[in-house]
Each structure stands twice: as C-alpha cells, then as structure tokens.
Design a protein around this ligand. Sequence first.
Ligand SMILES: [Zn+2]
Length: 154
Amino acid sequence: MMVNCPDCKKALIEFDLGSGNYHCSNPSCNFQYLELMTGKQHRKNVKTEEMESAPLSNSLDKKPKRILVGLAIESTLLNMGHSIFDKVTTKLKEDYNANVFDCLENPQYLKKILERNFDKNVHEVVAKSIKTVLGEFAYYSSIREFLDELNSKK
Ligand SMILES: [Zn+2]
C-alpha cells in the first residue's frame, strides 16, 4: 500500500516489512515514521525554544548564522589589533548592551560604532574584511542582508 508523508507528501517506506512502521525518506523532512496500526506519528525532535518565536525554517538556522557572523566580526577586529577589538566590543556593550553575536540582526550597531569611533578607512577595511570572510555564505539571505547593510553608504 502507499502512504504519503503528512509533512512533505513523499511516499513513506516500510523499512522493516510487516512492522507497520512507515518512514519518511526525505532527509530534510521532520517527519520520522508513522505507526500504521495506531496512526501514531513520530517526528524528529525540534527544540521547543526555537519553535515559539519564529517560523520553523527561519528559526532553525538562525543560531549558527549569528555565531558565524559574530566570529567573522571577532576575527576581523582581532586581525586589526586588540585596541580596535576592545573598543568595538566595549561600545557594543555600553551603547547597545549587545555583543558581536547580536550583529546579524542588528548590523547598524556595528556600523554606527565604526562610524562614530574610527576614521573612514578603518570602517571600510572592517566592512570589506567581514565581507571577504562571510562571502561564501552570502547565499543565505540573512547574511547577505547583513553584509549589504554593513557596506551601505547611507
Ligand atoms: Zn516527509
């Protein structure tokens, strides 16, 4: 018999014939298996903390991207010198009660701090360098938007 996945609509497969457990073969699908006898549906664990706030597809990958962007900022600033790193991280804390990991959602924090506290060259080098580090991840729209905002002239 044919049973389709309730989530992704692909055909479910009975791995152990006769078990009555039908698995979804789609690796990106959250549905695990269906017990045909009882109708019980099993899904992969999803962190409830992340389910509450935003739509699933969006929230699941937000955290690693925040870390990615934060680390890119950190390494760029450290490369430019400890005094620059210290000043930016201190200002993030003082002015916005934030850290580098909040910059994905708030690129203007970093931008404003660079504008206010450093000359134009430093600002440009930082923005460019972060863009280089994150360039290969720019196919993620959230990272692309962050880079666009950081590099925008307005
Ligand atoms: Zn599925």
